[in-house]
Write a protein of this length. Structure first.
Length: 419
């Protein structure tokens, strides 16, 4: 018989496990968290399955039919869906991160990691920001690109609209090297812009080669459908000449891509067939139509929030709506585009999937209840999301933040723990 202090836990575990004797944690082991009876969407695109998920510290230690140990925290999932936390690969939450806000508008939608600086503008230098986030963490994990436009502004000042001189390019290389050393995921820029055009591409190639030497990435933001073809041509040229993985990011409304989606994906397919590692990122937004590029196997989905507004009403509810509206994509496949595929595109190891050894970034939700807050509300939480964990720590539960701030600074290929 368990000791009195553990009796209630033991009875609960026995009931959940079909009255089998609970597994006893070996002496000296720290208590773990077990989420029982959940429908697991693992983030890899396969069909969901009923299972229990065991969290040990900041990582998932087991997925399956295991039982809880005496003293473990037991959470009954009641058959709800458990998915990996969403990775917002093109976030503009720079302001919230810079002011050390809770970034609650991200966490309450199931977003556990945000990547800032992906449109060509970023904080520079990055090291002070990352040091500050390590001293004073936020709710979610944070990663950043080094923005080409910000590097130009730092070197050229107010005269940043012209082509850089060789000496200025050397200074930009030094500035980029500094940010890559701090942990930037790579280089970002805006593509297809009339003010820059093809004249900026050689400069971008030179900088991208430096990023490639650090196994970093390149993100090219295409800000309108009109610039799509030119932007793709520039992206492919940069990916080829710098030998760097490159992502075309559409910050435009996705329904505006409906007329050109097939030609854009065909161009990207040709680039991949030639051996280039090119991918796409498309923002979801509250609207009726979604272009075919959303279905492209190498497209990730990001939140679609504006720098002047909050996030779209609910990122995860928009993903659910895409799955309902497009018969070719299941919810499992759509979630993969914002979890494991996003992690692979960003070069983030051990995130984006519910597997043993992965970081425990998780979202528990009731699929049939997913919806946006009431119209006109700026504070109400999206419906249907029950709980969010970041690095194994519960940060959001039933519409309220828990007060925990376990977010970390994510660097290329790994993680920079917040101390």
């Amino acid at each position: 018989m368990p000791p009195p202090s553990s009796r209630a836990v033991g009875l609960l575990v026995a009931a959940l496990a079909g009255c089998h004797r609970p597994y006893v944690v070996p002496p000296g082991s720290a208590p773990q968290t077990i989420i029982m009876d959940v429908s697991v969407i693992d983030g890899l695109g396969g069909q969901r399955r009923r299972a229990n998920v065991l969290i040990d510290g900041d990582r998932i230690s087991a997925v399956g039919g295991m039982r809880a140990g005496i003293g473990d925290q037991v959470i009954d999932g009641h058959g709800l869906v458990l998915a990996p936390g969403l990775i917002d690969t093109q976030s503009r939450l720079d302001r919230g991160v810079l002011t050390h806000g809770d970034v609650l508008e991200a966490a309450r939608q199931g977003i556990t990691s945000v990547v800032i600086g992906g449109s060509g503008e970023s904080v520079h230098p990055l090291q002070p920001l990352f040091d500050s986030l390590r001293r004073s963490p936020t709710l979610v994990n944070v990663a950043s690109y080094a923005g080409h436009l910000s590097l130009r502004a730092a070197v050229l000042g107010g005269d940043s609209g012209r082509v850089a001189t060789p000496a200025e390019l050397t200074l930009m290389r030094a500035a980029l090297s500094q940010d890559l050393g701090a942990g930037a995921l790579g280089l970002s820029s805006a593509l297809g812009l009339d003010s820059a055009g093809d004249a900026a591409v050689p400069e971008l190639i030179e900088l991208a080669r430096l990023a490639a030497d650090s196994a970093a990435r390149f993100s090219g933001a295409i800000r309108s459908d009109r610039m799509g073809a030119a932007g793709i041509d520039q992206l492919v040229r940069i990916a080829r000449d710098a030998r760097i993985p490159a992502t075309a990011f559409w910050s435009t409304r996705p329904d505006s891509l409906a007329s050109s989606g097939d030609s854009l994906t065909a161009a990207l397919d040709r680039a991949r067939a030639s051996g280039l590692q090119v991918t796409a990122a498309v923002c979801v937004a509250a609207q009726a139509g979604f272009p075919r590029i959303v279905e492209w196997p190498h497209t990730v989905l990001c939140s679609g929030e504006s720098q002047h507004t909050h996030y779209v009403p609910s990122f995860i509810s928009e993903l659910s709506r895409i799955a309902r509206n497009r018969r070719t994509l299941s919810l499992e496949a759509v979630i993969q585009k914002s979890t494991s595929l996003a992690a692979a595109m960003m070069g983030l190891r051990d995130r984006g999937a519910i597997l043993p050894g992965q970081f425990a970034d998780l979202v528990l939700f009731e699929e049939g209840m997913l919806s946006a807050p009431p119209s006109g509300s700026s504070i109400a939480s999206p419906l249907g999301i029950r709980a969010v964990w970041v690095n194994g720590v519960l940060v959001y539960r039933n519409g309220q933040a828990t007060g925990a701030h376990p977010g970390r600074v994510l660097g290329l290929g790994g993680v920079s723990p917040i101390r």
